[in-house]
Design a protein around this ligand. Structure first.
Ligand SMILES: NC(=O)c1ccc[n+]([C@@H]2O[C@H](COP(=O)([O-])OP(=O)(O)OC[C@H]3O[C@@H](n4cnc5c(N)ncnc54)[C@H](O)[C@@H]3O)[C@@H](O)[C@H]2O)c1
Length: 349
């Protein structure tokens, strides 16, 4: 019997798409068969960069129309790395063409689009996964392992932030400036998803926003949301898309027996544990070393491909991606209504 293999097409040739291509090339049972971008120069530029340190250069078929890529002989898998506004159209088309799909976050920007993707994924015989890449960041993986082991006791307060300066990108206009792409949804979904993954689905959020950093958009560029989680855990998410600092997802997990302070860009995270004998917390934390890989597309593709080839559940299906965005939408709504909002997790289709 012929061994099952993923024959993959990547839609978009951005630098993030190149990371996904590296993920495909690193997986033993996958082939990078096709790539697509409306910008032909970008296709060549990206493939040149991709091949810079490769002994055997990748030479996928080039397309400028994704509908043509979907007809590529033998193709069975597609990775969608195009602007958020295009995820629905491309996900629906790829699933209808019988492809397994790995789609970039955020799943979509409207409830209508999310429901359409959930429905298309439900009706398909293939797998659909939304790429929530923070779940493959080595520091966060290790932090989750420690929390799940009970080492820091029971969680009672958690926080995460998405602080990323978009000023230079926003100054060039483009799809990120679309008013529908609020920074809480586009970028903040990483921090929200991290907390959903580790703690569960928030039951209620209350948020405040301000706007001082990105003059070209008409939405808040800094937002703070406080929230309630299951098991009597409280938490907060801070999103700033014009901040004057290096990109970070600084996160803190407070448990009854210890505390973890971590992020996605440092070579270690801090672990404070309570001394069971004198009931005092350590004043000097342990520094736990971790590999730095905040865009671990290799790890993400590995989980997706393993699920496809073993016919098991993907880590984040369409509903999981939609739930994360439902929380982001509740945060944005709360900044406008000045009232607590319960996220709408009903994605019944
Ligand atoms: N997981 C992460 O950490 C992460 C990081 C960056 C971006 N993203 C997500 O990836 C997606 C793309 O973001 P980006 O930073 O790569 O954007 P980008 O603007 O840098 O690149 C988008 C690419 O898509 C191409 N494109 C546009 N319309 C197309 C079409 N109809 N057919 C084919 N190609 C088309 C553009 O020419 C461009 O090359 C977004 O959904 C974004 O939210 C995720």
């Amino acid at each position: 019997m012929e061994k099952k293999k993923l024959v993959v097409g990547v839609i978009s040739c951005s630098s993030m798409a190149r990371k996904h291509m590296q993920g495909v090339l690193a997986y033993p049972d996958a082939e990078l068969a096709a790539v697509c971008d409306i910008d032909e120069a970008k296709i060549e530029e990206t493939l040149t960069k991709l091949n810079e340190d490769r002994e055997v250069p990748a030479d996928p078929t080039r397309y400028t129309d994704y509908k043509e890529l979907l007809k590529h002989p033998g193709l069975n898998t597609v990775i969608i790395v195009t602007p958020d506004q295009l995820h629905r159209e491309m996900a629906e088309a790829a699933l209808a063409a019988g492809m397994h799909v790995l789609c970039e976050k955020p799943l979509a920007l409207t409830r209508e689009d999310m429901l359409a993707i959930v429905k298309a994924a439900k009706n398909a015989k293939t797998k659909f996964m939304v790429g929530q890449i923070a779940r493959y960041t080595p520091s966060f993986l290790k932090v989750k392992e420690i929390i799940d082991s009970g080492e820091i006791g029971e969680l009672y307060f958690v926080e995460s932030e998405y602080a990323h300066d978009y000023l230079h990108i926003m100054s060039q206009g483009g799809w990120r400036s679309d008013p529908i792409r609020n920074g809480v949804v586009g970028g903040g979904c990483h921090a929200v998803d991290l907390l959903r993954w580790i703690v569960g689905d928030p039951t209620e959020v209350m948020a405040y926003g301000t706007h001082k950093l990105l003059p070209m958009v008409d939405y808040d560029d800094a937002t703070i949301a406080i929230m309630r989680f299951p098991n009597n855990v409280i938490g907060k998410v801070f999103v700033s898309t014009g901040c004057k600092r290096n990109y970070t997802m600084r996160s803190v997990f407070y448990g009854t027996k210890g505390t973890i302070i971590c992020d996605n860009k440092s070579e270690f995270f801090q672990l404070f544990l309570m001394d069971e004998n004198d009931h005092k917390a350590e004043t000097v934390p342990q520094e736990i070393p971790v590999e730095v890989a905040n865009h671990n597309a290799v790890g993400e593709f590995q989980h997706f491909a393993d699920a496809v080839l073993s016919d098991t559940d993907v880590p984040t299906d369409a509903v999981a991606g939609a739930k994360t965005i439902a929380v982001c939408m509740a945060i944005v709504e709360s900044t406008k209504t000045h009232a607590p909002v319960k996220p709408n997790y009903d994605f019944t289709v």
